[in-house]
Design a protein around this ligand. Sequence first.
Ligand code: UFG
Length: 317
Amino acid sequence: MKLLVTGGAGYVGSVVTAHLLEAGHSVVVLDDCSTGHADAVPHGARLIVDTLRDAAETVLASDSFDAVLHFAAKSVTGESVRRPGFYWEQNLGHSLALFDAMRRADVRRIVFSSTAATYGDPERTPITETDPTRPVSPYGATKLAIDTALASYADLHGFGAVSLRYFNVAGAYAGLGERHDPETHLIANVLAVAAGHAPEVKIFGTDYPTADGTCVRDYIHVADLAQAHLLALGACAAGRHEVFNLGRGSGHSVWDVVKACRDVTGHSIPVSLTEPRAGDPSVLVASSRKITDELGWKPTRDLHDMVADAWALIQRA
Ligand code: UFG
């Protein structure tokens, strides 16, 4: 298939692009490189550096695309609280520009990168796709609005759309890994200490109602996540919008992650115990039963694999 990947210079977008190319698809990446990196776009994909608002229309009209995979977004929760208008404009505004350009070019298949942040503070664990969506950050709210818009475009314009709600993505694939600035994610921050880039890692809160008092998350390897996108692409059905959670269905605490990183790196990794970070729910674990039952997706890599692959990439740098 001929595919347009928005945000293909970012962490998840670049890894999915690598998988699409390996599967024999032809890929054009559209990315403004505001947070992504041009050198992360895998060889074999063509990169166009521009915004969705300015370029989606011309790019989609210039060729006959079969589908779009839409990753381009602002995705730092804390920043979204400080700059909500910017997040609404960049995430929802640019997505609507993309969807209208798709409609005009008659490209109606789309896989969208949604998030567990759409659920907010869950009432129960594991979270299923029919659970209430009550985002607690502008970031989560913008992603939920885009999911909702896709449901309308499916209804009214015949789009075949799939929203994949990612839980905590980690690991590396084919030389591609996390390169956020600033880095806020746990595994990257813990490994930065082992690599000597920081003296210690802060553990945000030790008094949560969990077995060891630290927050529990559902970590998923970026390569397993990428496989789900290939399955989702095959599942886009005209007039339908489907939502799938993507996690492994098992939770790991912050302490579990620190221990896994100590095991993999052999480094003592000093920690400091600090106050909780605002807005962190104590437990976020996905039920991924729907995507397993309906699309046959099965994650094959565990927390140890995620840490080991991320660490191998850091050591190569
Ligand atoms: N944490 C620390 N120290 C750090 C970094 C994180 O203790 O240096 C803790 C956090 O408080 C949290 C856990 O580790 O309890 C995981 O934090 P991350 O920042 O790695 O991930 P989040 O769960 O906050 O966020 C991720 C994605 C978001 C998405 C969210 C949905 O990054 O984009 O999952 O669940 F919205």
